[in-house]
Design a protein around this ligand. Structure first.
Ligand SMILES: CCCCCCCCCC(=O)SCCNC(=O)CCNC(=O)[C@H](O)C(C)(C)COP(=O)(O)OP(=O)(O)OC[C@H]1O[C@@H](n2cnc3c(N)ncnc32)[C@H](O)[C@@H]1OP(=O)(O)O
Length: 173
């Protein structure tokens, strides 16, 4: 798939944490009100990410009517959010909390409402606090991708990063 995302030189391989989610198991939620994965979010993608071997994962998302952009197809921003969620979850296999620094999406085919989108994702490697990932999406045939993505995630200190915003957090009612 065509992309203009350029990986830097010097990326080093990373190692799965010994206590990471086992292959075939669902990777823990960010939190239950997360737009990407939370079961309690008022509006959300409700994506479940399953750990694969090594630093890989898979996920699925149902394309619901509220996700419409062009007539009959998913909005590009929704798909972008889905890639962000999938790729942002995989670093949990390293047991390192991250936020997105840079996200790049390649849209190859329109995705119809009512589809099930299947995602594959892997961590490419890292440089210091920078973790590089790639992902692709298909509608049932992995040899026919409909979109792809790359992202740079930055490892954060979880408490410090959100310290100024926690009083705004919403909780399940
Ligand atoms: C785990 C908890 C639950 C999280 C839910 C995850 C949901 C899915 C993921 C998301 O959607 S997260 C939400 C969207 N992202 C953000 O809100 C992040 C907002 N940005 C920031 O908070 C800061 O810019 C950031 C923490 C990413 C970086 O700030 P820092 O001050 O910690 O680090 P710095 O700016 O020094 O950058 C660290 C390295 O990354 C590089 N970098 C940062 N942003 C970059 C960028 N956009 N492109 C390329 N490189 C970038 C930067 O050049 C530097 O490289 P070097 O180490 O080589 O000097």
């Amino acid at each position: 798939m065509k992309t203009s995302f350029v990986l830097p030189t010097g990326i080093e391989p990373l190692t799965r944490h010994p206590n990471a989610t086992r292959p075939g198991q669902k990777i823990d939620l960010h939190h239950s009100m997360c737009y990407g994965c939370g079961a309690d979010a008022e509006v959300g993608l409700r994506i479940a990410v399953t750990a694969g071997e090594g630093l890989t994962a898979t996920a699925t998302m149902q394309v619901e009517n509220w996700m419409q952009g062009g007539p009959g197809v998913i909005h590009g921003g929704v798909l972008s959010g889905a890639f962000d969620e999938v790729m942002g979850t995989v670093p949990l296999l390293l047991r390192r909390p991250v936020v997105t620094g840079h996200l790049a999406i390649d849209y190859a085919k329109p995705i119809p409402l009512g589809s099930t989108v299947h995602f594959g994702c892997e961590i490419i490697g890292g440089i210091g606090r920078k973790i590089y990932t790639r992902s692709y999406a298909h509608l049932g045939d992995p040899d026919a991708p409909v979109a792809g993505a790359h992202a740079l995630f930055i490892v954060i200190d979880l408490e410090q990063h959100f310290a100024d915003y926690r009083d705004k957090a919403v909780h399940p009612s």
